[in-house]
Write a protein that binds this ligand. Structure first.
Ligand SMILES: CC(=O)SCCNC(=O)CCNC(=O)[C@H](O)C(C)(C)COP(=O)(O)OP(=O)(O)OC[C@H]1O[C@@H](n2cnc3c(N)ncnc32)[C@H](O)[C@@H]1OP(=O)(O)O
Length: 419
């Protein structure tokens, strides 16, 4: 495990993602500059923690007995349309040392990880991609988006609404750690794409000062009975220049109902002595826009794919989500080189809450690439666009509309945090 860590960019002294252009796609956090390689003691401490974690499955590539590449899957689950949780292999911590790249190490590690995930009964794999050109060839495709938006505080008047019967309170990190899991559990029951937090996830919410980014501050909302129904974490980074001064950064915000959601935002977008509000990791569709007197005041300044999805076991994954309309659809997959059992014609049959997906000898209504199925699975991407791009081939009239209606969901899939 210690040698394994030496192959990973963050442990070998490289920035975690490369090249620098790709860094933003990796997450909203300030990206660490290159550091000295991890010491033996650091690597051994990480190794001890990871070998004790039953959900962490590392894999390594060796050349002449030396570890030259590493990757891992984490077993957890993700909310799918209908609110069910599907077991998922989250691919993470991937790197092949520069002298051994482009010799097939990643491809072979990926194949072994897919096979192991299938053996564990995980029908789905997901990841966030350092570069957009790598993972499509393995059958992954974007499933959720992440948007960064900005708001000028002085343009951010809210439309009138009924008075809030609840209350807001600034709390410390210890209190926030108690509240986040409760709010997240309720939010994720309805928010497609949300993940089970990994062990230690909430502990990482810290009140400590982090360079010029300022400490994380925590705001909670309680309903009229005093029960917490919303929470936000934000920073007020310090700046020495007038141009950058007065920015409030909303790192995370989750609310279980519109009243709590509005109350949290109404304080954060009108915080005294600030000028700009930045939210770097939000869904594209933000109800706040429709609460503003001027919807244009909220400007999207960046957008990226977030999680990519890959169906490892097509019939099992499809039978575990729900669908917006009843019906039958026969579709052919024939491009899956890594999970060949997926290559055949399947009949998806939806009747109310029950969905089945079974092999069929029926004539297919359409053909679809396994990667396009990954984008459609969470309901956030357009079947029409995928068909227009040639990723889906219709064989019968009107079938793309039928596919789109079956797979659609009411609000955009989103994951509040990654892995
Ligand atoms: C999920 C995550 O953890 S994202 C983090 C990924 N890690 C990084 O970006 C760190 C820096 N990069 C690396 O360590 C390596 O270059 C890796 C891990 C991206 C690729 O490892 P390699 O062993 O070189 O990949 P491998 O030789 O197996 O290539 C497999 C295929 O991907 C392609 N490929 C590999 N890297 C790239 C890339 N950066 N851009 C485009 N295509 C790529 C190869 O051409 C090959 O294509 P083919 O099989 O269709 O002919």
């Amino acid at each position: 495990m210690s040698a394994y860590y030496r192959a990973l960019p963050f442990a070998s002294g490289l920035p975690q993602w490369e090249p620098a252009d790709a860094a933003w796609h990796g997450g909203p956090e300030p990206w660490p500059p290159p550091r000295a390689p991890a010491t033996v003691e650091q690597r051994e401490a990480w190794a001890a923690a990871d070998t004790a974690n039953p959900f962490f499955h590392p894999i390594a590539a060796f050349a002449d007995g030396a570890c030259v590449g590493a990757s891992a899957t984490i077993s957890f689950d993700v909310t799918v349309p209908g609110g069910g949780k599907v077991k998922m292999a989250g691919v993470t911590a991937t790197g092949v040392i520069a002298t051994h790249r482009r010799r097939g190490c990643l491809r072979r590690m990926m194949q072994a990880m897919f096979d192991a995930a299938l053996a564990r009964g995980e029908p789905l794999a997901m990841l966030s991609a350092s570069e957009g050109g790598i993972y499509g060839r393995f059958g992954f495709s974007p499933a959720t988006y992440r948007t960064r938006w900005e708001l000028n505080r002085h343009e951010a008047a809210l439309l009138p609404a009924a008075p809030d019967p609840g209350s807001l309170e600034l709390v410390d990190a210890a209190q926030a750690k108690q509240v986040w899991p409760v709010v997240h559990a309720e939010v994720r029951a309805h928010r497609v794409g949300e993940l089970t937090p990994l062990p230690g996830h909430w502990d990482r919410l810290s009140g400590g000062v982090d360079g010029t980014d300022g400490p994380l501050r925590h705001l909670v909302h309680r309903d009229r009975h005093g029960d917490v129904d919303g929470v936000a974490a934000f920073r007020l980074p310090w700046s020495s220049t007038a141009a950058d001064a007065g920015t409030l950064v909303v790192e995370a915000l989750e609310a279980t109902n519109p009243v709590a959601y509005r109350a949290l935002w109404s304080l954060l977008i009108d915080f005294d002595l600030t000028r700009t509000v930045v939210a770097p990791a939000r869904p594209r569709e933000e109800p706040l826009r429709w609460m503003l007197a001027s919807p244009r005041a909220m400007r999207i300044t960046r957008q990226s794919d977030n999680l990519w999805a890959r169906l490892l076991d097509v019939p099992v994954a499809l039978a575990q989500r729900s669908y917006d309309t009843d019906g039958e659809l026969a579709f052919t997959v024939d491009d899956d080189r890594m999970c060949p059992a997926n290559n055949r014609t399947w009949l998806l049959r939806v009747d109310g809450a029950s969905a089945t997906c079974t092999a069929t000898d029926k004539e297919a209504d359409l053909a679809i690439s396994v990667a396009a199925l990954g984008s459609l699975y969470f309901g956030g991407m357009s079947a029409h666009d995928l068909a227009y791009a040639g990723r889906i081939t219709p064989y019968t009239d009107g079938v793309i509309g039928r596919l789109a209606r079956m797979f659609r969901i009411d609000s955009e899939p989103h994951n509040s945090f990654g892995f």
